[in-house]
Design a protein around this ligand. Structure first.
Ligand SMILES: Nc1ncnc2c1ncn2[C@@H]1O[C@H](COP(=O)(O)OP(=O)(O)OP(=O)(O)O)[C@@H](O)[C@H]1O
Ligand SMILES: [Mg+2]
Length: 443
């Protein structure tokens, strides 16, 4: 909208110039355009990379601020304020240096443009006045030449501003298109809806799964097992042996390449919608949203529930007395990420969700690790009731071995492999990692 009228004005000026003024005056007037365009071209081509770098550095600084805010307690406790100030100052210094260089270059090109226009204005006035004094053109033509020249150079002034904006948009849109080229989340690929009421046996089967993250290190190595419906299976192993990774594969958050199945369906071929109806995961670090306790307990629920049902679920998750003590009860607002709650309260809210959903398969990944013994035992009993009432199948990952006492079977992992499989008391009595962990010989 800015440029098009200016270009039309400029074209009209060119026509008037060539129609009313002698060629000796018209040609030097035209020279201002190629020189002006060349300067704008140089300005854009030399500054483009710097602009990209500036945008990236600014995004990096934003990331640093978020990182610092998340770690503010650790920074205070470890008294690393000076260190962080220095880290931030270094980044700011780098950005400032780049900004200064960019503005210096921009000013340089602005000066060149100004000189170009000024030189040609003076030249045009000089030539036209001279031609008027020797009676080649009239005094009126001098005025025409001046007015036309002003219209001629107008788009040049606009051009630079518009190309600057355009260059910035190109940088941002390149980012956008690069993002579009990222692979789609495989777990949202189109899949056939399945009849979830008819599930073949066994309910879960994992057949020779090996898995590595992007860095190539093998996390799971040839894992195979099956779980029948209604079973309560414990998963145990030293930290970093791949327990959470297995739960992630069963939830289809990483690709198991058809080696993990629910019934006869490879998990990776089931839609997210079907999986959400069948599996509930209580992860190691519960995800809470900035909203009320009600919003958080009902998070992801397909059906509407009333407060009585929410309070009943909260009771099973040992949250009743906590909610009762809050002046706003279920309407109490939770800060982003559950910042104003204790670790145990966060876990109990995440657990309360499963009592509203009653899925077919429940995966608990250290779901009660932050709870005291009373709360843990209470919730354990409620989950065991749920298993009986709804024929629920549970995979429970736990470091606190006593929570797995009533398991139908415990699978023991070490270094990405299954090393033991038996009941709780059998494992304690036989030699191996489990009894070592039980007796405190390995943590
Ligand atoms: N997103 C990831 N990217 C790369 N490596 C990862 C990722 N998540 C986990 N790992 C690596 O995979 C290995 C297994 O991690 P996993 O979280 O499955 O262990 P875990 O048995 O659940 O441990 P813990 O008992 O401490 O929770 C670890 O060595 C870890 O460093
Ligand atoms: Mg884990």
């Amino acid at each position: 909208m800015d440029l098009v009228p200016a270009i039309f004005n400029s074209l009209a000026a060119i026509i008037v110039i060539f129609m009313t003024l002698p060629i000796i005056l018209a040609l030097p007037m035209m020279l201002v355009i190629p020189i002006g365009l060349f300067i704008v071209y140089r300005q854009i081509s030399t500054q483009r990379e710097i602009r990209v770098e500036l945008l990236e550095t600014k995004a990096g600084i934003d990331g640093t601020i978020v990182e610092l805010l998340n770690g503010i307690e650790v920074i205070r406790i470890s008294d690393s304020v000076e260190l962080e100030k220095q880290r931030f100052a270094d980044k700011s210094y780098y950005l400032r240096k780049k900004e200064m260089k960019h503005h210096y270059q921009m000013a340089k090109y602005d000066i060149l443009k100004f000189i170009n226009e000024a030189v040609f204005t003076v030249l045009m006035i000089g030539i036209s006045v001279y031609l008027a004094t020797i009676n080649v053109i009239s005094v009126g033509n001098v005025l025409t030449a001046y007015l036309c020249f002003a219209q001629l150079i107008k788009p040049l002034e606009e051009l630079h501003r518009i190309f600057d904006e355009l260059a910035e948009c190109v940088v941002l849109s390149e980012d956008f298109f690069n993002m579009l080229e990222l692979p789609c989340d495989f777990s949202y690929l189109p899949s056939q809806p399945q009849d979830l009421t008819k599930i073949a046996k066994p309910l879960i089967s994992v057949d020779d799964i090996s898995f590595s993250y992007d860095d190539g290190t093998k996390v799971l190595d040839g894992i195979s097992f099956t779980v029948d419906e209604g079973k309560f299976i414990g998963i145990v192993g030293p930290s970093g042996c791949g327990k959470s990774t297995l739960s992630i594969l069963i939830c289809n958050l990483e690709n198991s390449h058809d080696k993990a199945k629910i019934g006869h369906w490879p998990i990776s071929r089931l839609s997210r919608h079907d999986l959400a109806a069948m599996i509930a995961l209580v992860p190691q670090n519960p995800f809470l949203i900035a909203g009320t306790i009600r919003d958080n307990i009902c998070y992801g629920l397909a059906q509407k529930v009333d407060d009585a049902e929410i309070l009943a679920a909260a009771k099973k998750a040992f949250l009743s007395s906590f909610i009762a003590e809050l002046p706003d009860g279920l309407d109490t607002v939770i800060a982003e990420g559950g910042g104003n709650l204790s670790g145990g309260q966060r876990q109990r809210i995440a657990i309360a969700r499963i009592f509203l959903r009653t899925p077919k398969i429940l995966i608990l990944d250290e779901a009660t690790s932050a709870l005291d013994n009373t709360a843990e035992k209470y919730i354990q009993r409620e989950i065991e009731k749920l298993i009986k009432e709804h024929n629920l199948t549970v995979l429970s990952i736990a470091h606190r071995l006593t929570t797995l006492e009533n398991c139908d079977e415990i699978i023991v992992f070490d270094d990405g492999k299954i090393v033991q499989r038996a009941k709780y008391h059998e494992l304690i009595e036989s030699k191996g990692i489990f009894s070592d962990m039980y007796h405190g010989r390995i943590k």
